[in-house]
Design a protein around this ligand. Structure first.
Ligand code: PBG
Length: 333
């Protein structure tokens, strides 16, 4: 089709006023697009700041229940719970991950009792529980063991399922974990539990503030998580990872980090018909908040623009620490 050219065609006609811009808008953001990541800590009536994530806090379980009610009121469909495990409970094997009374399991039960309709996403990975901060077990040479870790992850997934979480999200990047978790869920009768796999998860420095928030991984050293998380230079490999996780039984897949990986979100959502979820990670959140605090960026405009970028790239849902802020803004419109 040949389009007639200027002056017959004036692109600015559809931009001239709010009514027509609204009418032809391609993407729209709803609070139902959002998943709100929340950090859980020990104690009662506790709210702790996370230095590198302004306005994000860790909350004790009683406060988490209040946040769950807020999420429900704001029409946010789901929250994702991450624990800050007390240092005394961490060890090389991450055994607290398998304690069905650990912080996350307790938080899941409390939230489900108060807000049964709210979706709960739980990470499966050992890093909040290991003293070395890796997502898996180490052998004598300090290498991350794959299959032995998968056995632990299956046990971790089982106690999270038993606690009542709706979505299991393996974030560890071990090979074969999605299939192993899916087999366990089927065998143990958890046939309705959704698996959201962190399928294309990159070895990224943008996770720094998260590691402060959960108190893990600042001392990883060496290769860091590069022997299991993906190389930021690769994109074809992301499609292989996603294909494998779908074949192993993932219902949804995640690309992470977000803004620097929009090309991956686009390729994944073009190639596969499973929902692709984006994670606007802690470092992306911190960058925006720092610039807002310095007075260099306008918060609302920039946050909404970043959400539109995810939607344009094909993301079906977005994990973001801005979730309550965004939902609040949307409700006021
Ligand atoms: C745990 C996990 C991480 C994040 C989510 N789950 C950290 C990591 O892999 O080192 C990062 C989230 C964020 O930065 O907001 N495996």
């Amino acid at each position: 089709m040949t389009e007639s050219i200027f002056p017959n065609l004036r692109m600015r006609r559809l931009r001239q006023s709010a009514f027509i811009r609204d009418l032809v808008q391609e993407q729209r953001l709803h609070s139902s697009d959002l998943i709100w990541p929340i950090f859980v800590c020990e104690g009662e009536n506790i709210t702790e700041d996370v230095a590198s994530m302004p306005d994000v806090k860790r909350y004790s379980i009683d406060r988490i229940v209040e946040l769950a009610r807020t999420a429900t009121d704001l029409n946010i469909p789901a929250i994702a719970l991450f624990p800050k495990t007390p240092e005394k409970l961490k060890n090389a094997a991450g055994s607290e991950a398998l304690n069905d009374q650990n912080l996350v399991c307790q938080a899941v039960r409390a939230v489900k009792a108060a807000c049964p309709e709210l979706g709960i996403v739980c990470d499966v990975a050992l890093d909040p529980y290991t003293d070395h901060g890796h997502d898996g077990l180490l052998d004598e040479q300090g290498k991350i063991v794959n299959d032995g870790t998968v056995d632990k992850l299956v046990q971790q997934a089982r106690i999270l399922a038993a606690a009542g979480c709706d979505i299991i999200a393996p974030s560890d990047m071990m090979d074969g974990r999605v299939g192993a978790i899916r087999s366990m869920l089927e065998k143990d009768g958890y046939t309705d539990i959704i698996i959201l796999s962190y399928a294309a998860k990159y070895a990224s420095a943008f996770y720094g503030p998260f590691r402060d928030a959960v108190g893990a991984g600042r001392k990883l050293g060496g290769d860091g998580k590069k022997t299991y998380q993906m190389n930021p230079s690769n994109s074809d490999e992301a499609l292989r990872e996603v294909a494998l996780d779908i074949a192993e039984g993932a219902d949804m897949v995640m690309v992470k980090p977000g803004i620097a990986y929009l090309d991956i979100i686009r390729r994944v959502s073009d190639t596969f018909s499973v929902p692709c979820i984006a994670y606007q990670v802690s470092g992306e959140y911190a960058m925006i908040q720092a610039a807002v605090q310095a007075g260099w960026l306008d918060k609302q405009t920039v946050v909404f623009e970043s959400m539109m970028a995810f939607k344009r790239a094909g993301a079906r849902g977005i994990l973001t620490y801005f979730a309550p802020y965004i939902a609040d803004c949307l409700n006021q419109k």
